[in-house]
Design a protein around this ligand. Sequence first.
Ligand code: 4NP
Length: 166
Amino acid sequence: MTSHMKPPTSVLFVCLGNICRSPLAEGALRKMCRDAGFDCVIDSAGTAAYHTGDAPDARAIKVAAQNGADITGLAARQIEPEDFYKFTHIFALDRANLEGIKAAAPRDGTAKIAMVLDCLEGCQGQSVDDPYYGDEVGFQVVWEEVSLAASALVKQFAKHGAEAQF
Ligand code: 4NP
């Protein structure tokens, strides 16, 4: 790698089940990166294993599709130790997820860990609320929040690459 090249950025979004919020965050950032021509590795996972192998919730698939993102091919998985070395950034969707991620983190893991809304001025420390037990409107709110975050992330990554801090 020559000195002017930034190291590649790689992002893992983490919620509880990996079927609602983090797949929407993954879909939103993928779309944003594609539109911006920005190269970034993107994945999502859950702190829990309840839904391992499942496709995203039908309501998440629908909201993503309405906004030009196809998340039908995703399959839920639980976060694993390797993730803390493979990804430059790990973003929790809510505070409980952040605690779960930190509890699972190997001591020498290299990923920078933050909450996804930390990248938005005035939203630091705020959670993306779990829409699972609610109605479709909750999924639209999640999409709006993760899209705003995705837009801010692309700007920060374009500026600072893998060194971006949140
Ligand atoms: P997510 O939502 O963490 O945004 O994927 C949930 C999905 C499933 C459950 C809870 C939250 N559940 O209890 O099965």
